[in-house]
Design a protein around this ligand. Sequence first.
Ligand code: ADP
Ligand code: ZN
Length: 433
Amino acid sequence: MEHYDRAETWDRETIERVQLVRLKNTLRQALRSPFYKDLLGRAGVSPENMRNLADLRQIPFTSKEHLRAAYPYGLVSVAKDELVRFHASSGTTGTPVVVCHTQDDLDCWADLMARCMHMVGIRRGDVFQNIAGYGLFTGGLGIHSGAERLGCLTIPAGTGNTRRQVKLLRDMRVTALHIIPSYALYIGNALLEEGEDPRSLPPRIALVGAEPHTDEARRRIEDLLGLKAYNSYGLSEMNGPGVAFECLEQNGLHVWEDAYIAEIVDPDSGEPVPDGEQGELVMTTLCRRGMPIIRFRTRDLTCFLPGDCPCGRKHRRLARIAGRVDDMLIIKGCNIYPMQVEQILMSFREVGENYLIVLENEAGMDRMRVQVEVRSEYFVDDMRALTALQRKIANRLRDEILVTPKVDLVQQNSLPRAEGKAKRVEDRRHAGI
Ligand code: ADP
Ligand code: ZN
């Protein structure tokens, strides 16, 4: 295995030994913040209690609500003049959460990110275009710093302006890029519609992440743009991107256990679930001084993939994120995740890249409507063909989610598109119309 740094090659024993040492240090550091002084004090937990990694479970969870209540500086564990940057989550699920970093924290993050990129074959000399928001959102500066650390010629392209993005990709002979999956599909299709071949674009590697997407969507990105797409997972509370990343095997994301402790728990009981079983990811920082966060409930659903990865890395693998705990829709008593719907939709070649799940209430009954863009070549005048397609999609969805949704077929590019992360669900149940 070619590696970026030593920690990437550690065996299980080394990883776990280092984790315990770093956990104790992290607790010591965290106790300097008003928030953890209070939380750990009340729970009676001190670094000395941690005799092995399982002792971690004595520590209470930290939730997004905690972070919001401690806004803005309640979790800071260093003198303020040591802080050099702050970021915030994009606020997909409410008020943003702020995270402050020291210079060491940023260096460590850049190295983790560089390790991810190196793992999928990006090297010094590559030309890297970062198509991500450069504001408080961590996908901008986070990925940017990793790319520079690796020695790539890094283009801070930002989001939007598809034409300019494409021009940069071509003119600069970009070899690798970062892009959110919904925008990758959009750019590819925009080119197709203009009669251009998106596969002729120079990049051979894409990092895709920041929003839930299925393996089907990934394959579409790869086919459409003629490159390899690797799943990138992270969240602002844990720095941002660089937390877990797919290797060349494209089968699960290695979570960097020298820098984090990952647990997967039952979202209701908080108890650990066995490998292979889905639960909520809980994360602890091990290399952060400015603002350590311990046992953070990410709300993201995944599982540990059992067994070793053929690539040889011993950092455990997370399955593709199935969705957020909060994403679960309950319709007529059935639990439904938007990614189940996406998986079915993407398996129809007639279906385009954009879709929207609309929740409605009709005479007191909740109902689900799925609006689906149909590719231009299939959006024909033949009513019978379209009705048959509509029925086929509704039936396949019913088999998967056990509820029969109403399916609307709409023209390509007619559904609203978000600037950043795609919005897949619109709840009109309490709209009062
Ligand atoms: P927000 O919670 O406001 O979206 P962030 O910008 O920090 O804040 O985004 C982190 C979240 O984005 C994660 O908790 C997860 O839900 C989602 N996410 C990030 N990367 C991926 C990925 N590769 N697959 C699925 N979801 C992802
Ligand atoms: Zn691997």
